[in-house]
Design a protein around this ligand. Structure first.
Ligand code: FAD
Ligand code: NAI
Length: 467
């Protein structure tokens, strides 16, 4: 039998890769993880989830302190001002602590970090930097990068047109930020800079923002964002960009064709999606191919078409979310160790961390109706939830979608200030195959926002109490 350097080599240390490596090591497998970045944690910890949430939190505090919104609670704040350098420094501190934490966990679990870029030499051997290593199992967890937009060139090194990485580090608040793409990144980072004082225009190709989410939630979100001050131009495409004198001029046209116009901004954020990272991996040397979208296809157990090579996270089909990558990492390592690792891809929650937050799990109403005509819907507005009313923060609603015959919950969608936390209960209920009645008869603490989920479940049967 061949001798390998490692039982498992993971390529990429994002939430998919680092979690897979730690689980493999916990299961007694000799494990290494190759990472080309200076720090561990991938997109999520370095230039994604964590720094964006740090800025969302800090900008929300700034807006609260500076907008006069606290006055109605009897709190008069005078002279609140922005120290953007300090805001960035605190964000960097959070990132450093968390990426350092992964390094600590690698040491604790005896996962070896191979520093450098990895490329296949064969199905079992990989070149990492100057070294070639062999492994019985290789997990590809190389994640994704920003999708470029033809004619709109990104320059994160101080240029006017940036992608999410540049938009997380703008040295000053732009007078006018133009966001290309009304998806998750555009709305989260657009919110950050709007709260800090920028005028924000979102240019979205489709007729509505937030594709993939429940239709009613998308409409409500657009209404709320417009009320907050976002200028949202749907059904509009960007066909070119010019930069001069620290400004950018975008050429835009109606998506269906028509007369061009020009929009000038002090900064432009390109956020039209992400694409899988496979360039430079030399997949052909391992006998692997990508699909039409550039993704690596796997079976239900995360096996690729080549025995001994596995793939997880953003580089495979499915939503590009950190928690999906993490769960796949655990399941994949367990499958390699001979256990039964499963991810239920029907129950992956997604959250947009704007204010209010937007969250969903399972089928949207549109998807549920397409699958079956017999769907029951229960909705409950935060306007009628006592805690939301007490906090003077009543935007949004909770919506439960259930099968009319079995009452089984098919999906839950919500928009509200704590939606991102509340969605966990819906995911747990669905994982256990709950009916709307199960949620309705579960005792929920009072006064909490979560009571809105209970009432939405009661509304499926037409019997909420408070509306
Ligand atoms: P990644 O995190 O992309 O990690 C892959 C790693 O592999 C990288 O570190 C890369 O350097 C390394 N790598 C690539 N190729 C090689 C190679 N050849 N050799 C060695 N190393 C290599 N998701 C959420 O769930 N919640 C959020 O709030 C959220 N916010 C986000 C905000 C932003 C601005 C962005 C950009 C993304 C956000 N995401 C969020 C998405 C999330 O970051 C990704 O879904 C997640 O990081 C995917 O994990 P992964 O392990 O598949 O890959
Ligand atoms: P996205 O897919 O969420 O949104 C991209 C938007 O751009 C879509 O609305 C699309 O219709 C639009 N678009 C595409 N081409 C366009 C064009 N030429 N002109 C104008 N609009 C165009 O992608 P986004 O926001 O870049 O995020 C990438 C990924 O990162 C997402 O898949 C998401 O899952 C992940 N992410 C997750 C977060 C979270 O979980 N809170 C936060 C940030 C990112």
């Amino acid at each position: 039998m061949a001798n390998f350097d490692y039982d498992v080599l993971v390529i990429g240390s994002g939430p998919g890769g680092y979690v897979a490596a730690i689980r493999a090591a916990q299961l007694g497998l000799k494990t290494a993880c190759a990472e080309s970045r200076e720090t561990l944690g991938g997109t999520c910890l370095n230039v994604g989830c964590i720094p964006s949430k740090a800025l969302l939190h800090a900008s929300e505090l700034f807006e609260e302190a500076s907008s006069g919104a606290l006055a109605k609670f009897g709190i008069d704040v005078q002279g609140a001002s922005l120290n953007l350098d300090q805001m960035h420094a605190e964000k960097a501190k959070a990132v450093k602590e968390l990426t350092g934490g992964i390094e600590y966990l690698f040491k604790k679990n005896k996962v070896e970090w191979l520093k450098g870029s990895a490329a296949f030499e064969s199905a079992n051997s990989v070149r990492v930097g100057e070294r070639t290593v062999t492994a019985k199992n290789i997990i590809i967890a190389t994640g994704s990068s920003v999708t470029p937009l033809l004619g709109v060139e990104v320059d994160n090194g101080g240029g006017v047109i940036v992608d999410s990485t540049g938009a997380l580090a703008l040295p000053k608040v732009p007078g006018h930020l133009i966001v290309i793409g009304g998806g998750v990144i555009g709305l989260e980072l657009g919110s950050v800079w709007m709260r800090l004082g920028a005028k924000v225009t979102v240019v979205e190709y489709l007729d509505e923002i937030l594709p993939g989410m429940d239709g009613e939630v998308r409409k409500e979100a657009a209404k709320i964002f417009k009320k907050q001050g976002f200028a949202i131009r749907t059904g509009t495409k960007v066909t070119g960009a010019k930069t001069a004198n620290s400004k950018a001029t975008l050429t835009v046209e109606p998506a269906g064709g028509g007369a061009a116009e020009w929009i000038e901004g002090d900064a432009v954020l390109v956020s039209i999606g992400r694409r899988p990272n496979t360039d430079g991996l030399a997949l052909d040397k391992a006998g692997l191919q990508v699909n039409a979208k550039g993704q690596i296809e796997t079976d239900h157990d995360f096996r690729t078409s080549v025995p001994g090579i596995w793939a997880i996270g953003d580089v495979i089909p499915g939503p590009m979310l950190a928690h999906k990558a993490e769960d796949e990492g655990i399941a994949c390592a367990e499958n390699i160790a001979g256990l039964t690792g499963i991810v239920n891809h029907d129950v992956i929650p997604s959250v947009v961390y704007t204010h209010p937050e937007i969250a969903g799990v399972g089928l949207t109403e549109e998807q549920a109706r397409e699958k079956s005509a017999e769907v029951k819907i229960g909705k409950f507005p935060f306007m009628a939830n006592s805690r939301a009313k007490t906090n003077r923060d009543t935007d949004g609603f909770v919506k439960v979608i259930a099968d009319a015959k079995s009452d089984r919950v098919l999906g839950v969608w919500m928009i509200g200030s704590l939606a991102g936390t509340m969605i966990a209960e819906a995911a747990l209920a669905m994982e256990f195959g709950a009916t709307s009645e199960d949620i309705a008869y579960t005792c929920h603490a009072h006064p909490t926002h979560s009571e809105a989920l209970k009432e939405a479940a009661m509304a499926v049967q037409g019997k909420p109490i408070h509306i």
